[in-house]
Ligand binder design. Structure first.
Ligand SMILES: O=C(O)C[C@@H](Cc1ccccc1)C(=O)SCC(=O)c1ccccc1
Ligand SMILES: [Zn+2]
Length: 170
């Protein structure tokens, strides 16, 4: 099922996600709904926080064919290098906004899969960027938090204006 995505500056996006206690069918259904929602947006990642479920679950799919889903439960990341790389990020919770963010160039991610089995992955490039972006969501952080206060204020105004226009059209 398609799930509604929370939009900045909704305070619920600032909630810290709790660890998943048991990987059961409810978690597997949520992960499937999150992937469906992400593909429809479209996006390349989605954190449970963005659909108002405050548990440590993220989904990612960088493939063009939308057939290489990655699911991470209770993920932990470790930087594998001091090097950082800038990347023009977007966010499904901050529509129409794209800006450069510096992040670790290579990370190791340890998580549980949908069978509750631990696994680990070393990531670089866009996968490393996306994993760090999604991990921030689980911590209640948004990529706009890395921008200047002035830029963040302009984004708030832009979103508020778009919402006023949407209200008028109803
Ligand atoms: O808000 C999110 O977590 C989704 C976000 C993930 C992300 C994108 C770029 C850099 C870091 C993290 C998005 O998917 S925004 C949409 C987007 O970037 C995109 C959409 C369609 C095709 C390719 C990219
Ligand atoms: Zn995001």
């Amino acid at each position: 099922a398609l799930l509604p995505i929370l939009n900045f500056p909704d305070p619920r996006l600032r909630t810290k996600a709790k660890p998943v206690e048991v990987v059961d069918d409810q978690i597997r259904t949520l992960a499937a709904d999150m992937l469906e929602t992400m593909y429809a947006a479209p996006g390349i990642g989605l954190a449970a926080s963005q659909v108002d479920r405050h548990i440590q679950l993220i989904v990612i799919d960088l493939s063009e064919e939308k057939n290489q889903p990655l699911v991470f439960i209770n993920p932990k990341i470790t930087p594998l290098t001091q090097d950082t790389q800038p990347y023009e990020e977007g966010c499904l919770s901050v529509p129409q906004v794209f800006d450069k963010v510096e992040r670790s160039a290579q990370v190791k991610i340890e998580a549980l899969d949908l069978d509750g089995k631990p696994f680990e992955l070393e990531a670089d490039g866009l996968l490393a960027v996306c994993i760090q972006h999604e991990m921030d969501h689980l911590d209640g952080k948004l990529f706009v938090d890395y921008l200047s206060p002035l830029k963040r204020q302009r984004i708030r105004e832009k979103i508020a204006k778009a919402e006023r226009i949407r209200e008028k059209e109803k």
